[in-house]
Design a protein around this ligand. Sequence first.
Ligand SMILES: NC(=O)c1ccc[n+]([C@@H]2O[C@H](COP(=O)([O-])OP(=O)(O)OC[C@H]3O[C@@H](n4cnc5c(N)ncnc54)[C@H](O)[C@@H]3O)[C@@H](O)[C@H]2O)c1
Length: 256
Amino acid sequence: MNFSLAGKTFVVMGVANKRSIAWGIARSLHNAGARLVFTYAGERLESSVRELADSLGAEGTLVLPCDVTSDEDITTCFAQIKEAVGTIHGVAHCIAFAKTEELKGEYLNTTRDGFLLAHNISSYSLTAVAKEARGLMTEGGSIVTLTYLGGERAIKNYNVMGVAKASLDASVRYLAADLGKDGIRVNSISAGPIRTLSAKVIGEFNTILKEIEENAPLRRTTTPEEVGDTAVFLFSDMSRGITGENIHVDSGYHIL
Ligand SMILES: NC(=O)c1ccc[n+]([C@@H]2O[C@H](COP(=O)([O-])OP(=O)(O)OC[C@H]3O[C@@H](n4cnc5c(N)ncnc54)[C@H](O)[C@@H]3O)[C@@H](O)[C@H]2O)c1
């Protein structure tokens, strides 16, 4: 058993730019020898994701659109992946969205629309993706999603996204229970705060980062590389006995 993922193919969903945690995961997977497929949301991201994918130097990397609010998009995307690569060995689900106005002030003011949108994109999408990915993981596989401490505790300004993460965390356990018999494991990584496009819209994000730097056991913030390397562990056979689990990669902040 080792960390090498040579000869294995992974779908990385959720690269928006070079700060994306998904990009950290992609680089770690690439360093472990994996073959990658990228999916992105919305035409405006196509060229930047293509550019990043090409920068890894692997020829002919598949880069496909997949808006997870559309079942048709997800079905088409995984059908295209099946046609191009056949079997896949895992999926990195690094997708979340909530309206900016819902990520400040009181959770109590969450609107019905805002609640449903956040849950649709940030939680239900994992289930929808797992359903399509299952058929391509004919040799077993590993699905990894990204969550945050705000799903376990009430964290100021995280609001509806925290409730969506709690739903995502529960989905990880139910999906793990369903897919274990197919040799497919489902786990999450609870990443510490990282300055990305999505994180920037969370109210007082700098204060959260400072709190981690000053008080987390490791006295530093989390990097996408740390999350990426933990994802490689969860994708590799080294973690073969682990499913339905959540690993905190947050400088130890969650123990406080
Ligand atoms: N940055 C942090 O502090 C932090 C901490 C813990 C967990 N996370 C989680 O990590 C994941 C990745 O976020 P990030 O921080 O790297 O930010 P990011 O903005 O780089 O990535 C979020 C991605 O979600 C995608 N997305 C949004 N709506 C979509 C849709 N309808 N269909 C398909 N994709 C869609 C975006 O295009 C983007 O690529 C999210 O689940 C986020 O909640 C982030």
